[in-house]
Design a protein around this ligand. Sequence first.
Ligand code: ZN
Length: 567
Amino acid sequence: MAYKALYRTYRPTCFEEVAGQKHIVRTLQNAVLHDKIAHAYLFCGPRGTGKTSIAKIFAKLINCEQNNEKPCGVCPNCIAFQQGTHPDIIEIDAASNNGVDEVRELIEKVKYAPMLGKYKIYIIDEVHMMSAGAFNALLKTIEEPPAHVIFIFATTDPHKVLPTILSRCQRYDFTKVGMKDMLEAMKRILDKEKINYEENALRLICQLADGGMRDALSILDQVIAYAQDDIQTEHVNDIYGIITTDEKIQLLEMVGKKQVSELMSKVNDLNNRGIDLKRTTMELIEILKETIIHDYTHDVNLLQICTEDQIAKAKIDKTTKARLKMIDMLIEAYDKYRFSSSVSSYFEVCLLNMMQEESDVPVYQAPKETTFILDEVPVKRMNEPEDVKSIRIEKPKPEVKEEIKIEIEEPIINKKVQRGLENSYVIRLLVGANKKNKADDMQKLKYLSEYYMNPHWAKYANLLRDSKLVASGDSYMVVAVDNQAMANEINELDSNNEFGDFMEVLLQKKKKVFGITSSQQTAVIQEFVRLQKLGELPEPVSFDDEINQVELVTNLFGEGNVTITED
Ligand SMILES: [Zn+2]
C-alpha cells in the first residue's frame, strides 16, 4: 500500500482533533447551539493552523440535523459530508480559481436553494488570491446574501482581502499552535501508529514547525522514514542539522562564564555540522525572551521552548535588563547576516559582545594564542577585555573598479550584488512575459510550501516564501519581495545558477528568477503602461545567446563595475 502522508491521514475530522484554537472552536459551537450563525466568516492565520479543517467541521456541524455542539455523524447530511458528496458544502481554492468566470458561476448557483442541508456553504480557501474582478463579483453576493448561504473564507493574508469584504465578515484570528497542543497531537498520532519516541525529539520538531501543525506532521513523516519505529533526538538532528535546546543554553552559559575558547570551538563545531546559524540566532532570541517572560510571571505554563530546569540555566545569572540587551545584540547581528558572506563571523562577534553585558567579574584573561579570524579580514588578537568590545568586522577598502571574470557558459559571480535590477531591464522582462506562463507558474508555486522544511531546497523555497509573482516569461519569472536585500539575495543566487535546479524541481522547468522590490514593481508597472500607450515598449530580453548573458550580468552589477576578461 502506498504510504499516505500523516497530515492527510490525520486531517482532523472533529473539533477535538484540531490542535489548539480552542477559543475559536468554542465560539463557533455556541453560534450553532444558539442559532446565531453569520453569513460570512473570515478565518485568518498562519499556514497549517487549522483554518480549513475547522471550516470543514464547522460546515458539517451547521448542516447536521441534530442541533448539537458536535456533528452527529449519522444523519444523512453528516454521512454525505463524510463521503465527500455533500451537494451543499462547496470548497473552492481561490489560488487556482482566481478568475471572474469561476466566481460568476459560483454566484449563478448561489441563488438556488440547498439540496440536502439547511444551508449552502461555500468554503473559499486562500481568498486573498482572488483577482480584483472576482472579488467585486463576489462582493455583490456578500452584500445581500440569500438567507440559505454561508461563506467561510480562509486566508493567510488578511491585509490583501478587500476592506469591503472584511467589514462584512465575522473575523477569527487563528494563532500558531503552541508547543503543548502540538506535542499532544503528535503523541496521539505516534501512539496510534505504534511508534516509540523521545519527548525531546518531538520538542525539536515543534521548534522546526514554528506553530504550523501541518509542517510538524510533514517533518514527523520525514523523521519516521529515517528512524522507523523509534524516534530519537539525534535522528531529528541528523536530518535537519539542528541544535538542541540544551546546546543553545550551553552557548548562553559559555557567554555567561566568558569561556571564549570553548565558545569559539562550539561555534566551529556547529558550523561543521552544517547548523544554520541564522536560525540559531533567532532561537537564542526566543530562549532569552522566554527567560524574561519567566522573570516577570514565574509561570511555567507560559514556557514554550524550555523546561523549568532549562529556563533557570538560560538566565545565566544576568539581570533582566542585561538579557534584554543581549536580545538587541542578537537582533542586530541577524539583520547584518543579510549583507554578509560569513554569518559565523558575525555570530561569533555578537556572542563576544554579549559577554560584556553587565558582568560582575570584569577581568577576563584570554589565552594568548586565541585569535579570531574574521573571514578575509585582518586577524585580530585579543589580549585585553577591551579588545573584545572593539572587535568589528572591517570591510576591505572599496576598489575603484571591480573586476569580475565572466565565463559565458556559466557566469561565476562571487561579488555581492549591491543594487537592484535596472527598471529599464525589468520592463524588458515584462515585455517578454505573458499571462499563460504566469498562470502556469502560479499553479506550481502553490506547492512551494512543501519545500520549506526540505533540507535540500529550504533555502530557495523560504526566499520565495513571501514573494509575489509579478510576471513569467518562457525561461524566467520576476518576483516582488519586501526589501532590496532579499531581492539581491535572489538575484545573486540566480546568477550563481543555484535557483535553476530548484525551479526544475518545483516547476518541472528550468527558469531564472529575478527579484525586485514591491515599490519597484509599482514604478515599473506604471512605466510599462506609459510606454505601452505610446507604443514604445522595448524589445524583450532574450536569454538565448551569449551577448545577452553579458547584458544580464552588466545589469546586475552596473556597467562601470564589469570588465570582461577573455580566456
Ligand atoms: Zn449529523
